[in-house]
Design a protein around this ligand. Structure first.
Ligand code: NAD
Length: 498
């Protein structure tokens, strides 16, 4: 069955049928646009659009239909795929036991490709019915300088937009032009809702869109800073890139011809700051946590989920594994991860309202162990020099300051140092992907002759080198990794007290 509005009726309503696919229970003809979303990739379609579809299935939010917008040249493919199927697509939830749960999502009502329809995109956002402009444009989409963190005014596309603000090509140019039109027409500004994986994503978006507006016109910049809301959000759902195999499997197992379905894990979470002057769909009715302050949830995610990825990946790779689920099906590693989370990560967190941290920790292990997701250790080992300092070093510093345990965190740093030597325990070369690859591998080459060489780097580790307790734990693990290997080292860490 080719997926489109007309064919929805041909999908079986019998839930017991093995080819059952859930579909919208609302009449899509009654939907009207309320949200413009820039960056319709896999994640938006597995997350925000799914939450809206769930609300619409309850008969709510029918005036919050999504108009997708593509800004990048490659987004033409998404426009063509979605337009050919009336903006419907299938979301396939992959359970660890191999069960697939497909569902047709109907919350998107249109898709505009900005390079060909610039004016239509701006007018759509300027329309008073639009109350939210949301974004999943990746970290790169915020145009901040990698070192200073400031908006990069030297970006040629940004410069072109500033020179010709009514014909913009970037999301900054498009959004700010639409806001300027609304202001001139006396229409209150929409809320800009970032759903990217960036700490303080709303605050970052406000600084970046604000900097663009300021450069365009100081008065407009001041108005934006004062009047436009940028709520923060923590988002979580592992959504890998759709593979050709996913498309074939959907057709074969469920009979649905969908040019671009989305696949994801069962888990999903969205913690959203309650800051929407023009209102917001009743997301709390479909499991979204709408809160005053997102930060405790962000720290929980960074220090438990993201830091645990680091805790499993170098040890796992050195021990011969290549996928996250393999590591998390090994009880030795699970003991180590739970030990890190319980004894070291969690004591650095402020209370997280409404979350049972023990069940959060256990759910993480289950999620990591899902063999359907096929998350590679190569992906998790990449760009360590951006990740360890952001996710793990703050845990170590705080634990040192409060007299808490640090031996597992120190061991994770040592496992990275050993990995950075570029040769695994079988003598095979490791392909290191890191913007600091050259200096890091050079320093790691000194690990055996000068065991503290790696952690002397203050840009990455701050003053950790000045803490005898940290240095001792680190050096002990590093030498154990050299002498006994990853597995025996973990056995020692798991069996010793503390
Ligand atoms: P994707 O590659 O499927 O989609 C990315 C979208 O962003 C595309 O539409 C692309 O055109 C657009 N984009 C990229 N650079 C842009 C720019 N400079 N300006 C405007 N648009 C731009 O990726 P995805 O899986 O949908 O992930 C997108 C983002 O969602 C991630 O970077 C992350 O911040 C967040 N996220 C993803 C996951 C996940 O598991 N995939 C989980 C949580 C959060």
């Amino acid at each position: 069955i080719q997926l489109n509005n007309h064919n929805l009726g041909k999908l079986t309503d019998d839930v017991a049928n093995p080819s059952y696919v859930a579909k919208p229970s609302y009449d899509r003809k009654t939907l009207t646009p309320g949200i413009v979303h820039i960056g319709v990739g896999g994640f938006h379609r597995a997350h925000q659009a799914m939450y809206l579809d769930a609300l619409m299935n309850q008969g709510e939010a029918l005036d919050w239909g999504i108009v997708g917008v593509g800004v990048m040249p490659d987004d033409k493919r998404m426009q063509q795929a979605l337009a050919a199927q009336d903006y419907l697509y299938t979301l396939v939830v992959k359970h660890p036991d191999g069960q697939y749960e497909p569902r047709v999502i109907g919350s998107m009502v249109n898709y505009l490709f900005a390079p060909e329809e610039t004016e239509a995109v701006i007018e759509q956002m300027a329309d008073s019915a639009i109350r939210i402009v949301s974004l999943t444009v990746t970290e790169g989409g915020y145009n901040f300088h990698p070192v200073s963190g400031e908006f990069d005014l030297d970006n040629p596309q940004v410069r072109a937009d500033l020179a010709n603000p009514t014909q913009p090509s970037t999301s900054f140019g498009l959004v700010v032009e639409a806001l300027a039109l609304r202001r001139a027409r006396g229409i209150a500004p929409f809320t800009v809702m970032s759903c990217d994986n960036i700490q303080g994503n709303g605050d970052v978006a406000k600084r970046m869109f604000g900097a663009y507006a300021q450069a365009r016109d100081a008065e407009l910049g001041a108005w934006l800073q004062a009047e436009v809301a940028f709520p923060n959000a923590m988002v979580d759902r592992i959504t890998p890139v759709t593979s050709p195999n996913d498309i074939d499997e959907l057709a074969q197992r469920f009979g649905v011809e969908d040019a671009w379905p989305v696949v994801c894990e069962p888990f999903t979470q969205w913690v959203l700051e309650d800051h929407f002057p023009l209102g917001c769909p009743a997301f709390d009715k479909v499991g979204v946590q709408v809160v005053e302050d997102v930060e405790p949830y962000e720290l929980m995610k960074l220090r438990l989920l993201n830091a645990s990825h680091q805790a499993l990946t170098y040890f796992g790779y050195l021990a011969g594994y290549r996928y996250a689920h393999e590591v998390c099906q090994d009880s030795l590693f699970v003991d180590f991860l739970l030990g890190y989370m319980r004894e070291e990560g969690t004591p650095t967190l402020a209370p997280v309202p409404g979350v049972d941290l023990e069940s959060y920790r256990l759910t993480l292990i289950e999620r990591f162990a899902n063999p359907q997701i096929k998350d590679t250790l190569a992906r998790l080992c990449a760009e360590s020099s951006d990740r360890i300092p952001k996710w793990l070093v703050p845990v170590i510093r705080q634990q040192l300051a409060q007299g808490g345990e640090i031996k597992r965190s120190a061991a994770v740093v040592a496992s990275w140092a050993r990995y950075a030597e570029g040769v695994d325990e079988q003598g095979e070369p490791i392909e290191i992907v890191d913007r600091l690859k050259a200096p890091l591998t050079a320093i790691a080459a000194e690990n055996r002759s000068r065991p503290t060489a790696f952690i002397e780097n203050r840009e990455l580790f701050g003053d950790l080198i000045d803490s005898p307790r940290f240095v001792e734990a680190y050096v002990e693990t590093l030498s154990s990794l050299h002498e006994r290997g990853a597995r025996a080292t973990l056995e020692g860490l798991v069996s010793s007290k503390g």
